[in-house]
Design a protein around this ligand. Structure first.
Ligand code: RVP
Length: 502
């Protein structure tokens, strides 16, 4: 006979935290959100931690190199999406790893044999007036000169004039050496009254530009998450089909941590992939696995060698797996059960395997609840898709600004590997939708606000670290009627847009 669970599975919305003693020292400034990302032995430091417990979802509409840099600046990690060709994912990882605050890859480049008309056309397209002239017209080519608006006069010159005749040639340019710091590059800008300085290597190849206008925008954030070489920490998604090719490519590109991206991870495919990684790289490459929703799934992936385990089936905002296939579990129940298994595993083996709660976070307080229930960090898609830094278009729909957000299981993403159970490699039916989410502004502002709320709740609960919260939180189930009591009720709202941070 089938096994029946005695209790229904539940979502975050059905729980609340009950305050504990708040001591005078418990202020938002004194709360640390530092959290382990990969497994470690009792008494040892985790090999990789984040400064805030947030990671961005392995999704086309969420995690590209731009998102990775923006989130690492705040102390979290992006997992760059793997539903793209191997070389393109590796290139995204590399761009995020080689990103240097204030150092910009040149996006306007031409060859010396091109014409003034090409300069005018490019300026119109890019909106930028500083153009690097390189031998092959690429952003990393050998630099032979530079063109700014001061070098040509559209009304007086023949549009077919070759660039070589009016550019400032390389020997007249003031440049900065590759490897210089931002403050050295800034000194060169100020000393020479320049607006932009090209950074070139020993072979005269262009590596970056540093612009005067960016000077103030690059003050370091105390939370930023850097590796030993001062590059941002970056994650990469992989799948159980092409990992022998994809993993070496993203690892060579510099990925610090990998995640097997699958809607359902309690499978021999994941175990095989983890075994392959251990055989090839030992413990050097860090890789998480999932998703699971019960203790059996957790133990299986823990034994198979996962560095973290990801929890969640069907709770994602764009996910219709539960409707399509009838599999899944309420996210809160899944986290609670898996966390109990993780704690038992830690007691028994001395190995702590961090847990990631993936999907279904709607309100900021859901973040605190998920952590209190035992998650070490949270993966979110919808939350990040709303920000300027997500890769999708911002549109105006019926007078409101929105951003596009689509599931990896939607026809739009065509990420069949994520839903793959072996056999015919094609997506047979959709498990995700294509949607809009309300545009919410900058990642920096929103993440700061959310983390302040989480810290403030932790003070109410009487916890100054995530570990404290997990060990000491008091969590209560709420009845359907008390959920109504939790919102504004029995009043007429003057502003109907009020009602929570969605
Ligand atoms: P949410 O944050 O609620 O938007 O959920 C994001 C999560 O949803 C992802 O991290 C992933 O686990 C899941 N997802 C992504 N695509 C789909 C789908 O198409 N069904 N689901």
């Amino acid at each position: 006979m089938a096994q029946f669970y005695k209790e229904p599975s539940r979502t975050f919305n059905e729980y609340l935290l009950v305050p504990g003693l708040t001591t005078k020292e418990m202020t938002v400034e004194n709360v640390s959100l530092k959290t382990p990302i990969v497994k470690f032995r009792k008494g040892e430091e985790p090999p990789l931690s984040a400064n805030i417990p947030l990671v961005s979802a392995v999704m086309q509409a969420v995690s590209d190199d731009n998102m990775a840099v923006a989130l690492a600046k705040e102390g979290g990690i992006s997992f760059i999406y793997n539903s793209q060709p191997v070389e393109e994912e590796a290139a995204m990882v590399k761009r995020a790893k080689t990103y240097k605050s204030g150092f910009v890859r040149s996006d306007s480049n031409l060859r010396p044999d091109q014409t003034m008309q090409d300069v005018v056309d490019l300026k119109k397209r890019s909106g930028h007036s500083t153009i690097a002239i390189t031998e092959d017209g690429t952003a990393e080519g050998k630099m032979v000169g530079m063109v700014t608006s001061r070098d040509y006069r559209v009304s007086r010159m023949d549009p077919s004039t070759p660039i070589s005749e009016f550019m400032t040639p390389f020997d007249k340019l003031i440049t900065a050496p590759d490897g210089c710091t931002l403050s050295e590059a800034n000194d060169i800008l100020w000393d020479n009254k320049l607006n932009a300085v090209p950074v070139v290597d020993d072979n005269q190849r262009l590596t970056y530009f540093v612009f005067r206008k960016d000077y103030d925008a690059h003050k370091a954030n105390k939370n930023e998450l850097l590796d030993a070489h001062k590059s941002y920490i970056v994650g990469a998604g992989v799948n159980t089909r092409d990992y022998e090719e994809r993993i070496p490519a993203v690892v060579d590109a510099g990925a610090d941590v990998l995640c097997i991206d699958s809607s359902e991870g309690y499978s021999e495919w994941q175990s095989e992939c983890l075994a392959w990684v251990r055989k090839k790289y030992g413990d050097e490459v860090k890789i998480g696995a999932g998703n699971v929703v019960d203790k059996e799934g957790f133990y299986y992936l823990a034994e198979a060698g996962a560095d973290f385990v990801k929890i969640g089936i069907g709770g994602g905002s764009i996910c219709i797996t539960r409707e399509q296939k009838g599999i899944g579990r309420g996210q809160a129940t899944a986290v609670i059960e898996v966390a109990a298994a993780r704690d038992e595993y830690f007691q028994r083996t001395g190995v702590y395997i961090p847990l990631c709660s993936d999907g279904g976070i709607v309100y900021d307080y859901h973040m605190t609840l998920a952590l209190a229930m035992g998650a070490d960090f949270l993966m979110m898609g919808r939350y990040f898709a709303r920000f300027d830094e997500s890769p999708t278009s911002k549109l105006n729909v019926n007078g409101s600004y929105v951003k596009e957000y689509w599931g990896e299981g939607s026809n739009r993403a065509r990420n069949w590997q994520r839903y793959d159970l072996g056999g015919d490699p094609r997506m047979k039916f959709e498990e995700g939708v294509d949607s809009y989410v309300p545009y919410a502004g900058s990642l920096h502002d929103n993440v700061n606000l959310s983390m302040t709320k989480v810290k403030s709740t932790m003070c109410n609960v009487g916890a100054t670290s995530i570990r404290d919260l997990q060990e000491n939180a008091k969590i209560t189930l709420v009845s359907a009627t008390s959920i109504v009591e939790g919102g504004a009720h029995d009043v007429i709202l003057r502003d109907t847009s009020q009602g929570g941070n969605r």
